[in-house]
Design a protein around this ligand. Structure first.
Ligand SMILES: NC(=O)c1ccc[n+]([C@@H]2O[C@H](COP(=O)([O-])OP(=O)(O)OC[C@H]3O[C@@H](n4cnc5c(N)ncnc54)[C@H](OP(=O)(O)O)[C@@H]3O)[C@@H](O)[C@H]2O)c1
Length: 264
């Protein structure tokens, strides 16, 4: 019997959308022996575990239910990972959500939850997992940002700012980590047809379908950019162009244009 060393990948937000596709992509293409799936909805992750076992028999699948907006959410996740922690070779910070609407009409508690999941938990998970990766000189971190990170977005103000944090944080760390054997990638997709747009019925996307990216294609591109150690990756050419042009435009103009798009 061969004794394969344990190698673990952790995926947050693994109960739907991009998180599910990332898990399928990792299981189908990479040589991890163990996969930790985390989110709040256990049943969804159990359904995914069945699909993953079909795709890769023998893969160790560990489900950890944790609410990353709770004060102890990150600790609960790390306790759930337990002895696998020193074997984590890839960490994917994917959990996230946003509420659209006038800032002044949004519930303060909802805004706190958004920052807790999209910013605080992502930053704390990164802080906690890095030491063992650096000690082994081996690790990949994938942070899911968004094209929303590149512009101020009226009526989506807190979400866009939270994704700008993810982008800036990841780019800065990519520099700090140079030469350590550990890489960090900010992945910045445009709109994807997932439950993101149904959250609390507060968000709707009516833009043309040519701007969509399917979650499975996004997952493939995200994993390939992570393996290549890219600091930032935008998967759609149209948005590569848009974010490039935005660098030369006044921020007030960008706010006015994105405000028009997002108001209705
Ligand atoms: N869809 C888009 O258009 C789009 C575009 C750019 C970037 N993104 C980003 O892509 C990532 C994935 O989103 P998605 O489109 O796949 O949306 P989704 O289908 O709604 O998935 C969001 C995931 O985050 C988890 N999550 C939400 N709140 C959580 C909490 N309090 N604690 C733990 N987990 C929590 C959800 O799990 P539970 O509800 O089971 O906890 C779910 O698995 C997010 O970071 C999002 O901001 C999305």
């Amino acid at each position: 019997m061969t004794d394969t060393p344990t190698k673990t990948c952790v995926i947050t937000g693994a109960s739907s959308g991009l998180g599910v596709e990332l898990a399928l992509e990792v299981a189908g293409t990479l040589d991890f022996t163990d996969l930790v799936l985390t989110a709040r909805r256990r049943e969804r992750m159990e359904e995914l575990a069945l699909r993953l076992r079909e795709r890769k028999p023998g893969l160790g699948i560990h489900i950890v239910c944790a609410d990353l907006s709770a004060d102890d959410g990150v600790s609960t996740l790390f306790e759930g990972i337990g002895a696998l922690l020193p074997t984590v070779g890839m960490w994917i910070n994917n959990a996230g959500f946003g509420f659209r609407g006038p800032f002044i009409e949004q519930e303060p508690a909802d805004l706190d939850r958004m920052i807790d999941v999209d910013v605080r938990a992502l930053m704390q998970c990164t802080r906690r997992i890095l030491p063992s990766m650096i000690a082994r000189r081996d690790g990949r971190i994938l942070n899911i940002s968004s094209v929303a990170a590149f512009s101020p977005i009226p009526w989506f103000a807190v979400y866009a700012a939270s994704k700008a944090f993810v982008l800036s944080f990841s780019e800065a760390l990519a520099h700090e980590l140079a030469g350590t054997g550990v890489t960090i990638t900010a992945f910045c997709p445009g709109p994807m047809p997932t439950e993101f747009f149904d959250i609390a019925g507060k968000t709707r996307w009516h833009g043309p379908s040519v701007l969509w990216i399917s979650p499975d294609r996004a997952a493939r591109e995200a994993i390939s950019a992570t393996l290549a150690g890219q600091a930032v990756h935008i998967p759609q050419k149209l948005f590569v162009l848009e974010t490039f042009l935005a660098r030369f435009s006044p921020r007030s103009l960008i706010s006015a244009v994105s405000g028009r798009i997002f108001k209705d």
